[in-house]
Design a protein around this ligand. Structure first.
Ligand code: AMP
Length: 422
């Protein structure tokens, strides 16, 4: 199928041609006709599948006719609610790109920055508003936002909004919109709470789905390194230096862990930067740009900050910590091996993360290849925090110590004092 077959307006087709888009991705092929026919839709698709364009293109197609000339009074006709600032910005850019030959005016709002420029633009009027939930409700309460004329409500990354505790905000937002709206809900996974949300707020929705979350990208080489927790930074440096890796996206579980990893890399002369929730919006954008422009070769991110990062041709993803939610692993490694390119996803697994590894392998229905022979394997004989029911194989290596006594050179007292550095 080609974009010409989708009955889109010429102004939108032209923008797509200029973007180099030739044919729609599977989610676009399924979703665009449904949205153009004014149906509600539930789309199960991850970032990287082209889902933003899957809703932005048909919405722009409809709005172009409605908004008329650029001089006409503007009402908010489309509201896109998304969990993070990064995603909001990315969606805003997509509307801008695909809608450049339309009169549709759009605005992206999110918290953590001064509201004045946002409220100024709201006063001038916009057709499409892209927002994170908190700032949206805040500005609505202050009277800057009127959703009475809304045509489309898009709930993007609904599962992530659930994980981030936004579900009640989302419900409040839906109630501020007219009943006859068209509702589009996108989510990478479909937990019960999201199905319930869809049942409550959508009218006879059509369901579309691409690459279920349990399927990891075929082109991604997956590897696991068993490593002591305290050696992870050394292993990271070792891999980056010895394997000469660049353009590496590293995931840590915590903000503190991200900062520490960056510090350790920089100390060893590797250009690295972190993005996480404690960094200002400007700092995050700067860091992301530096990574895209290859000014830094390693970007360390927490999951939440990484949502919505769109970097083409990312060759390496390193899971410095294994996520405790197995779907997160799939999201993370989905950042490499995109658009037909090869990718490698490397995961560090310390003893206490073995249960996470087990859950991940169960979800992806695959045993991840173990890389032996690196300089920082589990310390021989160190008392294992062995998860219950785990077989004594390489995946919880405790070999060479049948007594269970520790061979570690550290005293028990110093071990107890050992700070968690992440
Ligand atoms: P998304 O899943 O919305 O995050 O999109 C992932 C990436 O795919 C973005 O960089 C888009 O610019 C790109 N993209 C979306 N649709 C197409 C298409 N039909 N052809 C080529 N690239 C696309």
């Amino acid at each position: 199928m080609k974009f010409e077959d989708l009955n889109l307006l010429k102004n939108i087709q032209q923008a797509l041609i200029e973007e180099g888009y030739d044919s729609p991705t599977p989610i676009q092929e399924q979703a665009i006709p449904i949205i153009l026919q004014d149906n509600d839709i539930v789309g199960c698709a991850q970032t990287g599948t082209g889902k933003t364009a899957a809703f932005a293109i048909p919405i722009l197609n409809q709005l172009h006719r409605i908004v008329g000339s650029a001089k006409k009074v503007k009402y908010i006709r489309t509201l896109v609610v998304t969990p993070t600032r990064e995603l909001a910005l990315q969606i805003g850019e997509s509307f801008e790109t695909y809608g450049k030959y339309t009169n549709v005016r759009q605005l992206t709002i999110f918290g953590g920055v001064n509201q004045v420029s946002q409220t100024d633009q709201l006063k001038r009027g916009v057709d499409v508003l892209i927002a994170t939930p908190g700032r949206l409700l805040d500005l609505h309460k202050q009277g800057y936002i009127n959703l009475d004329h809304l045509h489309h409500l898009v709930l993007d990354e609904a599962d992530q909004m659930l994980d981030m505790g936004f579900i009640n905000d989302v419900k409040k937002i839906v109630k501020l919109t007219p009943d006859n709206r068209q509702t589009l809900l996108f989510s990478a996974t479909m937990p019960m709470a999201i199905r319930e949300l869809a049942d409550t707020f959508l009218t006879n929705p059509k369901y579309v789905s691409v690459t279920p979350v349990s399927s990891t990208a075929e082109r991604v080489k997956q590897q696991i390194y068993f490593v002591d927790k305290g050696d992870k930074r050394k292993l990271l440096y070792h891999l980056i230096r010895n394997e000469n890796l660049s353009n590496v996206l590293v995931f840590t579980r915590t903000k503190h862990g991200a900062d520490n990893a960056v510090r350790a890399l920089k100390k060893n002369g590797i250009e690295a930067g972190a993005i996480h929730g404690d960094k200002s919006q400007n700092a995050r954008v700067r860091m992301l740009d530096a990574f895209k422009n290859k000014e830094i070769s390693v970007l360390v991110a927490t999951d939440i900050a990484a949502r919505g990062i769109d970097i083409e041709n990312l060759p390496y993803v390193i899971n410095f910590d294994l996520p405790n939610v197995p779907e997160t692993y799939v999201h993370r490694i989905g950042r490499t091996g995109r658009a037909g390119n090869e990718g490698t996803a490397i995961s560090f697994c310390s003893r206490d993360e073995l249960p996470y590894l087990k859950d991940i392998e169960k979800l992806i229905r695959l045993k991840i290849k173990v890389i032996d022979g690196h300089p920082y394997p589990y310390a021989e004989g160190e008392a294992a925090e062995k998860p219950q029911g785990q077989k004594p194989d390489r995946r919880n290596s405790n070999k060479g110590n049948s007594t269970g006594k520790s061979n570690s050179r550290k005293s028990e007292a110093s071990k107890k004092n050992k700070k968690r550095w992440y």
